[in-house]
Design a protein around this ligand. Structure first.
Ligand code: CU1
Length: 538
């Protein structure tokens, strides 16, 4: 691969550095779970580190990694990249934004957590930086779209390669999602943080935040699915179970990832219960493509096991390459995602949501989903991408192999107890799990200590990943292995069907957003609105 290789690597390394910083920040959260008595612990430091951990992991690591994966897919499959200079502009704008936001957080002036809910107010630079990161990612979207259109012009009627189909879907989801974020940040939070307006309406801001916040999770997940569907089967000698089905799944994510955000606001006033119920139903609709994904990807694994000689009902599992770090990462990511999916169905249920709302269950949940299904997939595919991009073979192979298993084990210790303590009533985002010696808190003390041990194991796994990458590129360069994407089980006719009509599906998705959000937003704006002055706890 020569097209866009440097852009892939630049974005990839920023993602790696952001991940490393965020992993260090996570140690502070683990110590809080164990309630360790240490001089370095303080409430202020805890919330600063949590904000940094959330922003750097969920927004920076993911976005840069996904931009790298997008350039990788079009460069390797379409053999072209339109306006690479725009790609570099995207990179530097996103990087400057990331640096500004990180500095604002580390200065202690922007302790607003990654959801940046008003009336908690950050320093203006926090919002300016976040805006630049998003603007940079929009330029990436423009490069991806221009590259696709240029390819399409010469290939009228041909089906776009599956990995590029998935990355184009990612681009569309991101544009639809960030429209909500832009309204919140540019229209409300920036003028408020600069002092141009005195008050902000927290419920309206939250509504726009979750317009963005739920499709954000599919902006993370679809690229992971691209790896599961189109890269991993090829790397282990398998096939894509069904090309057509995969395209249907990707398009369903375009349609249903955005009109669901109110499932984060079931307890918010001013939004009618009918619309909350509607968003519950659309949320269940989006579970469907994830079930199909579990079925298809596991089927492609089964085919690999059977090709190697498995005959029984389940013995193909033993024939899978469990000693390949890339395969182990994805298989464990999928297993974890299945557990996270069951929890997600509870979060989304209008009635049951109240049991888990704002408890430690939620942090347990999203560490299984974005924190493992997505992050472990990205770590795993990096073992495959690095030699193909740089020519450096993966070194420290023992650490690379131990890393996904440690992540899985650490995550189970961290997340399962978090789910249980959540049901016991433990709030999320608390500095001290002991609640100054309260009796109720004593009942979950053992479980939070187990969580803390899990956090330490996760940190070790993170350190292994970083060590493998760094030591590998310090080693001796070899040949760059070829990049091969998985082929479908049954060859496709090659013509672009209705599932390749991105413009059409974007229009349908936009219509669904209007149905889901127009009335609730107009209604909120029509209420008597008092607004809130800024609030800074530290
Ligand atoms: Cu959600």
């Amino acid at each position: 691969m020569t097209v866009g290789r440097k852009l892939v690597l630049a974005n990839f390394w920023v993602a790696v550095v952001a991940f490393g910083l965020a992993a260090i920040m996570a140690v502070m959260q683990a110590l809080a779970r164990a309630d360790a008595e240490l001089a370095i612990r303080s409430p202020k430091l805890y919330y600063v580190s949590m904000t940094a951990h959330g922003v750097l992991m969920a927004l920076v690591f993911t976005t840069f990694f996904i931009m790298a994966l997008g350039y990788f897919a079009v460069g390797a499959e379409l053999k072209r990249l339109e306006t690479p200079s725009w790609g570099w502009a995207s990179f530097f704008v996103s990087l400057v934004g990331t640096i500004l936001t990180t500095l604002a957080i580390l200065s202690g002036s922007s302790t607003v957590l990654y959801t940046f809910y008003p009336p908690l107010q950050a320093h203006p630079l926090f919002y300016v930086g976040a805006t630049l990161l998003v603007v940079g990612s929009w330029i990436w979207c423009a490069v991806m779209i221009r590259t696709y259109l240029a390819w399409r012009a010469g290939m009228a009627g041909e089906a776009v390669p599956l990995s590029v189909h998935g990355m184009m879907v990612t681009v569309i989801i991101w544009i639809l999602a960030t429209a909500g974020l832009a309204v919140e940040v540019v229209g409300m939070l920036l003028p408020w943080s600069f002092g141009f307006v005195e008050k902000v309406d927290p419920i309206v801001a939250r509504t726009f935040f979750w317009w963005f916040g739920h499709p954000l999770t599919y902006f993370w997940l679809v690229p992971a699915y691209v790896v599961w569907y189109t890269i991993l089967p090829g790397a282990i000698g398998g096939r894509v179970f069904s090309d057509r089905l995969t395209r249907v799944v990707f398009i369903l994510f375009v349609l249903f990832s955005t009109p669901v955000g109110l499932h984060h606001q079931f307890t918010d006033p001013g939004i009618s219960s009918g619309f909350k119920l509607l968003h519950t139903i659309t949320t269940y609709a989006i579970l469907f493509p994830s079930f199909v994904t579990a079925f298809s990807v596991i089927a492609s694994f089964e085919l690999v096991g059977r090709a190697k000689g498995a005959k029984g009902l389940f013995d193909w599992i033993g024939f899978l390459p469990w000693k390949d770090p890339f395969f182990a990462s994805v298989a464990l990511a999928m297993l974890t995602f299945a557990i996270g999916g069951f929890g997600g169905a509870i979060n989304a249920a209008y009635a049951m949501n109240a049991m888990v709302k704002n408890t430690s269950w939620i942090q347990g949940h999203f560490h299984l989903t974005v924190g493992t299904a997505v992050a472990l997939t990205f770590m795993g595919v990096s073992y495959w991408m690095l030699p193909r991009l740089t020519g450096y073979p993966v070194r420290l192979r023992a650490l690379a192999l131990a890393q996904p298993y440690l992540w899985f084990f650490g995550m189970m210790l961290f997340s399962i107890p978090s789910h249980i303590t959540g049901i016991m009533g433990m709030p999320r985002r608390v500095y001290s799990a002991a609640f100054q010696g309260s009796e109720v808190a004593a009942s979950w003390q053992f479980l939070t200590t187990v969580s803390a041990v899990g956090g330490v194991i996760l940190f070790v796994s993170s350190a292994f990943w970083l060590a493998v990458l760094v030591v590998s590129v310090l080693g001796e360069k070899g040949e760059r292995p070829p990049i091969e994407f998985a082929k479908p089980l049954t060859p496709v006719a090659g013509s672009a069907g209705v599932w390749d009509r991105f413009g059409l599906w974007t229009a349908v998705a936009a219509a669904l957003i209007v149905i889901a959000y127009a009335y609730p937003i107009v209604h909120l704006l029509s209420l008597t609105r008092f607004g809130s002055s800024p609030f800074k706890p530290f």
